[in-house]
Every structure is written in structure tokens, then in C-alpha cells.
Design a protein around this ligand. Structure first.
Ligand code: NAD
Length: 352
């Protein structure tokens, strides 16, 4: 991440945002980190930055246009990286309104504040300013057994989550075409790795498998996702920020299509090896098929060749190396997980 002026990162207490913030600061970049601290925001993840002057944490909402305007005027960032979102598909099925509120209305407020700030910049500062919007491959809908999503694939979101992300992508695009705002959009496949909230498939399965509990797998377990290690997603975002063409979108993927069942079995095998169950059972026997999620997309696969061809980015991890690192990280960081599971990660912010 070259450059010396600060970045405004939103959602930097969440899974991917925090990985990105930790990396940017390790590289010497100042980060103003705006996060509402919903259930998904976790300051424990940022504990190592507590006294680091490169990290300015602000609890707030991307929908608070006045707050954003103030932060932009005070810190004069050269880029905004927007991770803030409601991100869990199952929660969007139970309560879609919060997804529209943050992902659509919130992104709009952030864009308006960004546009006004960018218009106030002069010369080189205006030219080099970027608004990078982090989005998902779920906006493209579902694939059959053939083909991959490219940047030209028409949007066809199927869940309230992906519909709200699709809407935000369209607003970002419109702010470029209507107001000239220098935007970049990345659409990434499923991420996994350190600091992921244990409601998502991989950390959920690791926790349950460690405890010897049943491992819930939706439907027949044959849904396919393209898995990307979170560090590789962060390096892709940094690369797009550095060299992406304004107004373009870039697909980010790991070339790692796996059936959900294969992912769960890989975790079982890694845990059996490092941490066998006391009664000697193989963890695969814990797999339990549960009723499928409504509107569950069958297959996602990303064609990330544009990012590779134009910006020279490739993932550094294979699925096998990434999943092994991830399982080991969760084993080594059970205290972090425990504080999420027992809710104590939320107490600190309330001063309790
Ligand atoms: P996450 O749920 O772990 O983190 C989201 C963060 O945003 C949390 O810290 C939360 O407190 C914060 N937040 C929520 N609403 C906010 C608001 N109104 N104002 C400010 N902050 C708010 O999500 P994640 O998995 O880290 O995903 C980050 C981004 O990447 C999201 O935009 C998501 O759509 C996108 N994405 C995620 C994946 C994935 O596999 N996790 C894949 C592709 C794209």
C-alpha cells in the first residue's frame, strides 16, 4: 500500500476489514477506522493496535453523512475503502431491513460525503483520490455446473443480502458516471481465515468439530463456493487501490472451487490430525445434513483473470494451504473465539 496520506476504512472491526487494517498499519499506513460495532464488529481483533498512533478508531455509522464529512475534513484521506456492511445471508433472510439500511442507504450517504470531499480537493490530491467499494460475487446469482462469473456477467442477486450489495454496487457505479467520483469496485468470492465470526461456515464447523458436536451441512452439501484466503483478498484490494482503472470493477477469486461437503471434510481431517477426539471417533461421522437455506445458490465461481492480466495479482494460498493455516489459527486463538461465543467481546465497548 504505497502513499503516506491516511486511508478511511469503514467496517474495519469486521472480519475482512480488520485483516486489511492490520496489514495496512503493519506497512506503515495511517488508518482512520470507522465502524458501527454491530454484533460483527470486534475490537478484540484490533487489540494489538491499541496504542498505535497509526490507528484512529471511530465508532460510527456510514449512514451518518455529517460524521463522515467531519472525518474527511479532519483527516484528509487519499482513499476510502468501504467494507462496512451487514454481511450474513441467513440474517438477511430473517431481517432484510437492516441490510437495506446499511448496505444501500448507508453506502449512499458515504458516497455523497465522499463526492463532496473529493470536489473540495485540488490538483494531485483530487486526481489520486479513490473510493474503493468492497463487494461480493453473490450479486451475480447462481451458476450451473459450467462457466464462471466475469465482470460482464449480468447482476441477478437471489438473497436480500446480495440484492442489497448489488444495489450498493449500482450506486457506486452511478456516482462515477453521474458525478465523476473516482470509484473502484471489487467483487470477491467467499473469504475465510483468521478473525472470521464463528457464524460463517468454516469457523462454525471448526468450533463444532473441536467440541465433537454435530456438523450442520445445508442440503446435500454439494453447493460449490470459490474460496479465497482473507490475506489474498486484502492484497487484491491493495493492488486495485494502487493501480486499478477508475470506474472499473475487478473480480477477485481464489481458483479454489470446493463443494461445502469437501470443505467440511478437510476441516475434519486437519483437526483429527492435530487434535484427535478423546474417544477416537473420526470427525467426518459428525456431519449432519440439515434443511437447505431458502434460495440457496448452487454454485459460484469467479473468473479473476482481469485482475491477474491487468494488475498482475494472483492469490498466494491454495485452498489446502489456506485452510490448514486457518484451522491452526483457530486452534491457537481459542481465547478470541471464546470471547465471541460468550459475548464478552461486546462488553468492553460498553465499558462494562
Ligand atoms: P463482517 O460482517 O465481518 O464485518 C462488517 C463490519 O461492518 C462490522 O465490523 C460491522 O460492525 C461494520 N458495520 C456494519 N454496519 C455498519 C454501518 N452502518 N456503519 C459502519 N460500520 C458498520 O463482514 P466481512 O465478512 O468482513 O465483509 C466485509 C465486506 O466484504 C462486506 O461489504 C461484504 O459484503 C464483503 N464481502 C465479504 C465476503 C466474505 O466472504 N465474508 C466476500 C466478498 C465480499
Amino acid at each position: 500500500l504505497p502513499g503516506s496520506s491516511p486511508l478511511l476504512v469503514t467496517g474495519g472491526a469486521g472480519f475482512i476489514g480488520a485483516n486489511f487494517v492490520l496489514r495496512a498499519i503493519a506497512e506503515g499506513r495511517k488508518v482512520v477506522n470507522l465502524d458501527k460495532l454491530t454484533y460483527a464488529g470486534n475490537l478484540d481483533t484490533l487489540a494489538s493496535l491499541q496504542d498505535n498512533p497509526l490507528h484512529v478508531f471511530v465508532q460510527g455509522d456510514i449512514g451518518d453523512r455529517e460524521l463522515i464529512a467531519r472525518l474527511l475534513a479532519t483527516h484528509r484521506p487519499s482513499a476510502i475503502v468501504n467494507f462496512a456492511a451487514e454481511s450474513h445471508v441467513d440474517r438477511s433472510i430473517d431481517g432484510p431491513a437492516a441490510f437495506v439500511e446499511t448496505n444501500v442507504v448507508g453506502t449512499l450517504a458515504l458516497l455523497e460525503a465522499a463526492r463532496d470531499y473529493w470536489k473540495s480537493l485540488e490538483g494531485g490530491a483530487a486526481q489520486s483520490f479513490r473510493f474503493l467499494h468492497v463487494s461480493t460475487d453473490e450479486v451475480y446469482g447462481s451458476l450451473g455446473s459450467e462457466g464462471k462469473f466475469t465482470e460482464q456477467t449480468p447482476y441477478a442477486p437471489n438473497s436480500p443480502y446480495s440484492a442489497s450489495k448489488a444495489a450498493s454496487d449500482h450506486l457506486v457505479r452511478a456516482f462515477h458516471h453521474t458525478y465523476g467520483l473516482p470509484v473502484l469496485t471489487t467483487n470477491c468470492s467467499n473469504n475465510y481465515g483468521p478473525y472470521q465470526f464463528p457464524e460463517k461456515l468454516i469457523p462454525l464447523v471448526i468450533q463444532k468439530a473441536l467440541a465433537g458436536e454435530p456438523l450442520p451441512v445445508y442440503g446435500d452439501g454439494m453447493n460449490i463456493r470459490d474460496w479465497l484466503f482473507v490475506g489474498d483478498h486484502c492484497s487484491a484490494i491493495a493492488r486495485v487501490l494502487e493501480a486499478g482503472q477508475v470506474g472499473e470493477t475487478y473480480n477477485v477469486g481464489g481458483n479454489a472451487e470446493r463443494e461445502n461437503l469437501t470443505v467440511v471434510k478437510a476441516i475434519c481431517a486437519l483437526l483429527d490430525e492435530r487434535h484427535p477426539l478423546a474417544d477416537g471417533r473420526r470427525r467426518e461421522a459428525l456431519i449432519t445434513f440439515v434443511k437447505d437455506r431458502p434460495g440457496h445458490d448452487r454454485r459460484y465461481a469467479i473468473d479473476a483473470s482481469k485482475l491477474q492480466r491487468e494488475l498482475g495479482w494472483t492469490p498466494s494460498q491454495t485452498f489446502e494451504s489456506g485452510i490448514a493455516q486457518t484451522v491452526h489459527w483457530y486452534l491457537d486463538n481459542q481465547a478470541w473465539v471464546e470471547r465471541v461465543l460468550d459475548g464478552s467481546y461486546r462488553m468492553e465497548r460498553l465499558g462494562q
